[in-house]
Design a protein around this ligand. Structure first.
Ligand code: NDP
Ligand code: KPL
Length: 337
């Protein structure tokens, strides 16, 4: 199999599969490929167990062409790179190759399907966060992988089982993708806060911002007759109700909802700090689009979209919880304080 987009998710998932005995090749940028070729890879699972993969075990590429014989490709580029990934893989892969999109957002698999009509493209969800640099990657929140259930997925399921990676197969992944997107509405808030996920989520002001963004999305989804799945111990609607609770109460409840390592921060924070384009159009942008389609206002998601675009354009600064809450409250009130 092949990991297309060796980064946090690609190296962690692909590395775990490789350590579990699967035949895995990696396609990545020269910077990442060179680091893997020099240092190998250290993987730390959520329980803290470390696996070291020595340099000799890696088959690394910077182009898609050498992996023409892969029977399964995991696409792990950001949504900003999906189209380019699809184009790089088109004409390279054999027909019937299984392509699994392990990406946030809703539309990546559809883009890949369009560009790779002879392949079987399956949408997937990575529930957990991965942090790390080019040599060490750590699973930093609890959760597993979730992929569309098709018989073609059997070899991947076997590889996951051998690697100790949790995989859930679902007939319809769309409700889980939307549930993940609701959680990902925290990505811009985390990125704008400049804090780790743990620090950010421990502050009520930021959680209030997330609850507003989620409630707007939930209202738009309800009108679209989309029912998001329950990925965490509490479902999406209850989550939006629990978030604004006072810090003491939230702390007591949060541990049971999702476990977060102190080093974890959102993938959008990584992009924003590195000066890369973020996935904001695929997260808040998706909510705004659905809202427009069904006539549900989404001012908080619109404002987050603008704030992240401004930060991408060079106006990045760290927003305190009070500042961001006031900013989004103004947006909710139509610009009035
Ligand atoms: N990080 C996380 O904790 C989580 C991420 N996700 C989702 O998983 C997906 C992957 O995220 P993540 O692993 O963080 O992303 P990363 O940016 O860490 O990794 C993607 C890598 O792929 C490279 N890449 C992009 N296009 C190509 C190409 N055409 N050829 C070769 N390499 C390429 C990127 O390089 P470059 O940057 O130069 O383009 C980057 O190094 C995203 O949709 C994200 O939202 C989901 C759950 C958690
Ligand atoms: C942190 C997490 C797991 C949820 O927001 C994530 O998906 C990301 O970093 O993109």
């Amino acid at each position: 199999m092949c990991v297309f987009g060796a980064g946090r998710i690609g190296c962690y998932v692909g590395g775990r599969l490789l350590a579990g005995g699967a035949d895995v090749e990696f396609v990545g940028r020269p910077r990442v490929v060179d680091a893997l070729a020099e240092h190998g890879l250290q993987l730390v699972d959520f329980a803290g167990n470390t696996t070291a993969i020595p340099v000799e075990q890696f088959r690394l590429h910077t182009e898609a062409e050498p992996v023409t014989d892969a029977d399964l490709v995991l696409v792990t580029v950001k949504a900003t790179g999906t189209e380019a990934a699809g184009r790089a893989l088109a004409g390279t892969l054999r027909s019937n190759t299984v392509v699994v999109s392990l990406q946030n957002g809703i539309g990546n698999a559809a883009i890949l399907e369009q560009l790779l009509p002879d392949c079987t493209v399956l949408p997937g969800v990575v529930e957990y966060n991965v942090v790390g640099d080019d040599a060490t990657f750590r699973q930093a929140t609890s959760g597993g992988l979730l992929v569309a259930d098709r018989p073609e997925l059997d070899p991947f399921a076997d590889a996951c089982a051998a690697a100790g990676l949790s995989l859930v197969r679902r007939a319809d992944v769309r409700p889980a993708q939307w549930a993940k997107l609701l959680l990902n509405l925290n990505n811009p808030i985390n990125a704008l806060s400049g804090l780790s996920l743990q620090q950010e989520l421990s502050r009520r002001g930021y959680r209030q911002c997330l609850a507003w963004a989620q409630r707007e999305a939930l209202a738009a989804l309800r009108r679209s007759r989309i029912e998001p799945a329950r990925l965490t111990r509490v479902g999406p609607r209850l989550m939006a109700a629990v978030l604004p609770m006072p810090d003491v109460l939230f702390r007591r409840l949060a541990g049971g909802i999702v476990a977060v390592h102190p080093a974890a921060r959102s993938s959008m924070a990584d992009d924003l700090y590195a000066g890369r384009r973020t996935e904001i159009d695929w997260l808040c942008g998706e909510v705004v689009t659905v809202g427009e389609l069904v006539g549900t206002p989404t001012p908080v998601n619109r404002r987050l979209l603008t704030l992240v675009h401004e930060a991408e354009a060079g106006g990045r600064r760290d927003w305190s919880a009070d500042e961001l809450r006031d900013e989004l409250r103004r947006a909710r009130n139509g610009g009035v304080r």
